[in-house]
Design a protein. Sequence first.
Length: 144
Amino acid sequence: KPNTQEVSNENLAVVVNEEPVEVSLFDRLGGTDGISSIVDDIVQAHLENPVINHVFLPLKENPEHFESFKTHVKEFLSAGTGGDATYTGKDLPSAHKGLNTTEKEFLSAVDDILMTLSKHNIDEETKKDMLYILYSMKGAVIGL
Ligand code: HEM
């Protein structure tokens, strides 16, 4: 007769080991380096997207401003997903004031982001998390 105590302890150990480990969104996006490369590609996609590139192309005319904009977006994404970066940019409504962004433009920007995450082989669960977070910020960036 097997030692039931031992067997159940063994099973418990297996269950405990298979318990899902909470990995931060920051880590699932590849940490600082992953996020940096994802943001570079998102911005590139926006520059090539005819629905929204009219607001991004002018930023390139001031290379210093363009670089600081990209740095701010990297900081924003890192700080907001569990990384230890500090966001040094403007608050979202101030950053988007005067752009008068429409829902159509918002959706098109989100499409670029999801497409870029797929290109970087980010898993579906992580893309869902990103979509939810992005959608929740809609009111802070459109119609301003
Ligand atoms: C949830 C969606 C969005 C988030 C989280 C977001 C986030 C940001 C962040 C963090 C910055 C940097 C601000 C700074 O440098 O101080 C920024 C800048 C900017 N965003 Fe967004 N953004 C979103 C949607 C959009 C959309 C839909 C558009 C237009 C189609 C847009 C256009 C811009 C532009 C043009 C800038 C540069 C502003 C400037 O430097 O003058 N953003 N955004």
